[in-house]
Design a protein around this ligand. Sequence first.
Ligand SMILES: Nc1ncnc2c1ncn2[C@@H]1O[C@H](COP(=O)(O)OP(=O)(O)OP(=O)(O)O)[C@@H](O)[C@H]1O
Ligand SMILES: [Mg+2]
Length: 510
Amino acid sequence: MVATRELPALGARATAAEVRASFPSIESPAERFRHTILRTIDGLRQQGYDHAEALRALFPRTILPEGTYDDLVAALVAGAHLLFFGPSGAGKTSLAKDLWELFPKDVWVVESCPVLDSPLSVVDRAVASRFPPCPICRRRFAPGADLARFDPAAVDATQVPAEFVRLREGYGFARVQGSSEVFPDHLTGNINLRKLEEVGDPMSPLVLEPGKLLQANRGFLLVDEIGKLPLGTQNVLLQALQEGTVTPSKSRESFPGSFVAIGTSNLSDLDNINDPLSDRLTSVHIGFNDRHADNRRIVELGRSDEAGTFLPEILVDAGVRVVEAWRLRMGDENPDIGEVGSNRTLIDVSERTAAIAILGGRPIPSSADLRSGLLHAMRGRIRARSGDSFRQNEKRVQEFVEQYLAPALRRSAGVYWCRYYRTVLKENKGEAEELVGEGRRLKDDATLAAGLSSDGPLFPRFRGFSRFVAGRERPGTGIAATDASLSVYRLLEEFSLFSCTEEDNDDAPL
Ligand SMILES: Nc1ncnc2c1ncn2[C@@H]1O[C@H](COP(=O)(O)OP(=O)(O)OP(=O)(O)O)[C@@H](O)[C@H]1O
Ligand SMILES: [Mg+2]
């Protein structure tokens, strides 16, 4: 029974009459999405988030430039279908997945309807004119199973079984990977003629093989690399976006295909999206982040699965700065090297650096490991064409890393040291000198350093520094806090010289 407007439990069953009593109207997927977004933002605001923070929190796995969130949310609230375009590895697919996470997934459907018709579509004329039920349901609930005689007003709502379900892949969510091999059938689906002979009923669920557009009905469609779809396939998608209907191949009947569509495209394929389809999609540029802290956060998110290897923050930070410098100087226009500065590369640099250290038997990666990590990750993102241009681009990457790694390390070490010097040491020069002196004695004397693991009065400043490093960087169980802090100390000594100047500003470009 559905007694209140409280949402029922998943899998709950009821009749269309009961559903109508509790939920007398239905919304399109875009309307449901809009309400969920507005409600979520409202909830976040009540928890004390400001406007920008609330928008950001809607997409927890994708870090984008601030203005992008405004464009994106405004388009969604306006009920638009979207096209994310921008350089490779900027987060288009990741963002589309975040959107699907956010999408409201719990809906009432007619039991065993292959395209998840709403029970109200079957029993309510007004709803049916907006959201016509599929021919399978029309036939099922028509007098004498005669499609032509279907009339929602005449259907006994107490005889229409409904189920409360969660949309999932194939049922309210479909994903298409664009390529020249994706033919219209793949989106529209088929009527299976062999099954038709067996079953004899053209509208049996066994006979219809729903294509991606029917699978997405009432939910969400993601078309990755939309410009790579052949034109005929793009037209099928266009029809669904215009009319909300889809005609499977070999079928005389149209099925509902109503969903929120998100397409993605990299810059080089934008011209292949045909104009009428393009006109139906609101374009949102997904670019790289300018703010250093945002790029750092992308690495944190990307690496969080793979805990266990300790990579000193100074190295992570310097790796990010080198890639940022590449973006500033090389841009993302040249497709052969457009991805060298991508967010994927940001994450790869840290992962490669850690991997290279492990292979070399070093429990804590060094600045030389970072250099190799940068070369591996950045070179690996050059698009291989002719041997010559590939080698030329490799050389560019190599020269770039040689030129920018040391300044990046100096900036990262400077920022790290300043943070300690200003917050913990309260800019006390005497304390700083004592700490540097203690570090010098410890760094080359394993016996002395081993003594630090027990409590004691010796090396009080270095112990304080060690606590700071351990608290901030959480080296994990495999690495002793002393080893972690000594490795950080060495990086500071080599690259910051323990000086803190105005230039050691987190966000300033190299
Ligand atoms: N803006 C971002 N925020 C967080 N992570 C990101 C971001 N961009 C990329 N990533 C990380 O990089 C990976 C690749 O990104 P994604 O596949 O979303 O890029 P894309 O723009 O779709 O690239 P392509 O054009 O090559 O398909 C993601 O899985 C994610 O880990
Ligand atoms: Mg993608």
